[in-house]
Design a protein around this ligand. Structure first.
Ligand code: C5J
Length: 220
């Protein structure tokens, strides 16, 4: 399969490609979660949900592998170093009790993937304590075991967990495409810059494309 992308067309085989959905969890997307406590306008992120849902549905129909990640820490925060917990000036920190349970803690209501993109049986769901999806998770082993060589990325936030995960994936040898209308940042200029960085210098980290050509290719 080939789709129009920047900086040049992206080719992949569905059987060797996984759709990786980064951190579409209530804490970041819904009002009252961690994202909002950091002073962000979560409506910006909520706006990508319909496009993400359309891609997820089409990818499921095509029989492709789906990976969902959640930024999540153990209840005792043993996997959350002070360098992460103490950054910023939020009204609530990781592990504190918030309106949707303890912030970014495994199993809490705010840590669940939003209902519109909820995982189904057979999909991989990974809790990741870092920004990158490969740090302290079995993701690389699971993808290698499934014969995956290519990754399609969606999710939030573009310049933090998505970009970090794409860079980790690129270092591990995966050809990565970021779906432009299926990712968002609390800072639109950071999203724009991240997309440019990713595809600069001949796709130094990977490709970017809107979801429309992917949906058309999957339907053809
Ligand atoms: C952040 C993420 N922004 N998923 N997490 O802290 O991008």
């Amino acid at each position: 399969m080939h789709i129009d992308a920047q900086p040049f067309p992206y080719s992949f085989d569905v059987a060797r490609t996984a759709l990786v959905i980064i951190d579409m969890q209530r804490d970041f997307i819904e009002p009252g979660g961690f994202g909002e406590t950091l002073g962000n306008d979560v409506a910006l992120l909520e706006a990508i949900v319909p496009a993400c849902k359309a891609v997820l549905s089409a990818w499921r129909r095509a029989g492709g592998l789906v990976v969902h990640t959640r930024e999540a820490h153990a209840p005792d925060l043993s996997d959350c170093p002070p360098a992460k917990r103490l950054r910023g000036n939020p009204t609530l920190r990781i592990g504190d009790a918030g309106p949707m349970g303890r912030i970014l803690v495994t199993g809490e209501p705010g840590n669940q993937i939003i209902p519109a993109l909820a995982p189904v049986d057979g999909e991989i769901v990974l809790d990741k304590p870092g920004k990158g999806a490969f740090h302290a998770t079995p993701l690389h082993a699971l993808l290698q075991g499934a014969g995956i060589t290519h990754l399609l990325f969606m999710g939030v936030t573009t310049e933090v967990c998505v970009q970090t995960s794409m860079r980790e994936a690129n270092d591990r040898g995966y050809d990565c495409l970021l779906l432009e209308d299926c990712t968002e940042s609390y800072f639109p200029h950071f999203k724009a810059a991240a997309l440019e960085m990713i595809r600069a210098q001949g796709a130094i980290v990977g490709w970017t494309a809107p979801s429309a050509p992917l949906l058309a290719a999957l339907q053809a």
